[in-house]
Design a protein around this ligand. Structure first.
Ligand SMILES: Cc1cc2nc3c(=O)[nH]c(=O)nc-3n(C[C@H](O)[C@H](O)[C@H](O)COP(=O)(O)O)c2cc1C
Length: 149
């Protein structure tokens, strides 16, 4: 599984860490690549059987870093990633829906298949949000291991 995220001030980084913790559940054994949007590239997308994206909302859109990741990889993997399951988390200031809409649109272009509803966290991160992120990671990893996507 591949986690690709961007965080400037730490919130989405914490959410990404929580997602990763969820994938390390003792009953699940999958390989995880945990990368920032600037680190990740086409080979990671080709390698992964499942994808989790995380981003702040900036100016009503996904972060420039995640958009750069999509810009750098789209043509390179087109037709080779159809149907890969993905899900999304957005740690935003006061909205988050613009980022979700933008990621959905782009992921439709890749032909990824969204398998869980996005997590949007507005305002400060609470323990319940961290738990929700852990559960997202765990459910994705368990689903991949079981081959249900
Ligand atoms: C340049 C900039 C633009 C932003 N625009 C929005 C926005 O349109 N909607 C929103 O909900 N939050 C907006 N925010 C707030 C961030 O989404 C929020 O602080 C988020 O938690 C940052 O995540 P991070 O700590 O992982 O960097 C903006 C922040 C910055 C720096």
């Amino acid at each position: 599984m591949l986690v690709v995220y961007h965080s400037k001030t730490g919130k989405n980084g914490e959410m990404a860490e929580a997602v990763a913790r969820g994938t390390r559940h003792p009953d699940i054994s999958i390989e995880l690549r945990f990368l920032t949007a600037f680190q990740a590239g086409m080979s990671d997308l080709l390698w992964a059987d499942g994808l989790i994206f995380g981003t702040p909302e900036n100016f009503g859109y996904m972060s420039g870093a995640l958009k750069d990741f999509f810009d750098r990889t789209f043509y390179e993997v087109e037709g080779q990633v159809d149907g890969k399951p993905y899900c999304l988390f957005v740690g935003a200031g006061n909205d988050g829906t613009g980022a979700v809409t933008a990621v959905h649109r782009i992921c439709n272009g890749y032909n990824f298949k969204e398998v869980q509803s996005p997590i949007i966290v507005v305002g400060d991160l609470q323990d319940a949000h961290r738990t929700a992120c852990e559960e997202l990671g765990m459910a994705m990893a368990a689903g991949l291991e079981a081959g249900i996507f």
